[in-house]
Design a protein around this ligand. Structure first.
Ligand code: COA
Length: 365
């Protein structure tokens, strides 16, 4: 994992001129690549034969998705991520070779669908999503050139307007614990029926993806999950919400992945579910409250901003310039589900059967 970390720090960028890159730590990679039921032969590295140096990598993890129509059997997919080719070996068709090899290995396990996202436009896009960003540490994001004060505002005013409260507001909000896993798994299974496609999570997967073995980010914690426990005698879990942290770094010295300078710590909104689904208005109010509390917690964790994609019900609360202060990013992330015929799924754009976001109740790390 340490070798993979170093490889990704050096090469998981589009070109050498990009100053910043993600710091996928060994702990983060363990979380993303070793979920329950993972296959080690779906983690594929290509090495230079003379030196043994890593020149390419691709990973797949098992992911079950339910996809409309709702009664079809659940699809077992190979969710692909961390496709990366050494910059010296770019343009030599190593990427398609890695994709074919993972496909072959998946088929050997009777898994015939590859599921992945990328900024690159390839044939048969099933959905397109956009990033939305909510600054927390406006001063830092301004310093590195990610944001500028909106027209008519000074830097101080922008910093003040992005400040969030010191404490959370939802009664009963607390960190998720191991004994919440069955309730959270059931809540997700019910809630995710509202999406045209959704991750099907077992209790073991819920536990793995939402609960970290670590207490703090310093120790290696990536994922943070919270539940809302009813304040009556039932103590029912009425909601859960989660995010994961990912650091962006710069290299202190070219080609030296051991000396990294922290640039920013981002939080990425992950799975959530709520029982407040009576109407869009009700759900919007509940998600706004939940996400506002996540901003408080992210700030407490010294994270610099919260990102989310136009998936699930995120479009209810992250409208550009809305009062939650999310801004829409420039790039588009395209989604692919190979070897399966499916109508487009609502992401950034609505489809005939679903409003924006609600085609996708699934996230790929
Ligand atoms: C994406 C990346 C692996 C492509 O490698 P490359 O050396 O530029 O491309 P190759 O010469 O190996 O292959 C080009 C082919 O792969 C396809 N391809 C490019 N990116 C792809 C992706 N993310 N998934 C699947 N296929 C991809 C191209 O469409 C092209 O196909 P074509 O020849 O049929 O048009 C490389 O640019 C990289 O490591 N980028 C940084 C990490 C990254 O962005 N990974 C994608 C994660 S979303």
């Amino acid at each position: 994992m340490n070798e993979l970390h170093d490889f990704l720090v050096l090469h998981y960028i589009q070109g050498e001129e990009e100053p910043y890159r993600y710091d996928f730590t060994a702990d983060f990679l363990r979380w993303a690549l070793l979920p329950p039921g993972y296959y080690s032969d779906w983690h594929i590295a290509v090495r230079e034969s003379a030196t043994g140096e890593l020149v390419g990598f691709i990973a797949g993890v098992p992911l079950r998705i339910r996809i409309r129509p709702k009664h079809v059997a659940i699809l077992q997919t190979c969710a692909i991520s961390f496709l990366c080719v050494h910059q010296k070996y770019r343009g030599q068709h190593l990427a398609p070779v890695l994709m074919s090899e993972i496909s072959r290995r998946a088929q050997l396990r009777d898994v015939h669908q590859r599921f992945y996202t990328t900024g690159t436009t390839l044939p048969r896009v099933i959905s397109m999503t956009q990033y939305h960003h909510r600054c927390l540490n406006f001063a830092q994001l301004n310093r590195i050139g990610y944001v500028a004060p909106p027209d008519g505002q000074t830097l101080e005013e922008a910093i003040a307007s992005h400040r969030v409260p010191e404490s959370t507001s939802i009664p009963g909000l607390r960190e998720m614990r191991v004994d919440d896993v069955p309730a959270v798994t059931r809540l997700w299974a019910d809630f995710s029926n509202r999406y045209s496609s959704a991750a099907v999570l077992s209790e073991q997967e819920t536990r793995h993806y939402l609960l970290s073995p670590w207490r703090s980010r310093e120790e290696g914690r990536s994922v943070f999950a919270y539940v809302v426990e009813a304040q009556d005698d039932s103590h029912d879990i009425t909601d859960f919400i989660s995010f994961y942290a990912l650091r962006t770094v710069a290299l202190e010295t070219p080609n030296d992945p051991s000396q990294l300078r922290r640039v920013l710590d981002g939080a990425n909104l992950y799975y959530y579910a709520s029982t407040s689904t009576g109407s869009d208005k009700e759900l919007k109010a509940r998600l706004t409250a939940l996400v506002s509390d996540m901003l408080v917690i992210a700030q407490r964790e010294k994270l610099d901003g919260l990102n989310c994609l136009s998936v699930m019900d995120n479009c209810l609360f992250c409208a550009q310039y809305g009062h939650m202060k999310f801004e829409t990013g420039a790039g588009l992330l395209k989604w692919y589900l190979e070897n399966y015929r499916v109508h487009p799924l609502a992401g950034r754009d609505a489809t005939a059967d679903a409003p924006p976001g609600r085609g996708l109740g699934v996230l790929i790390i």
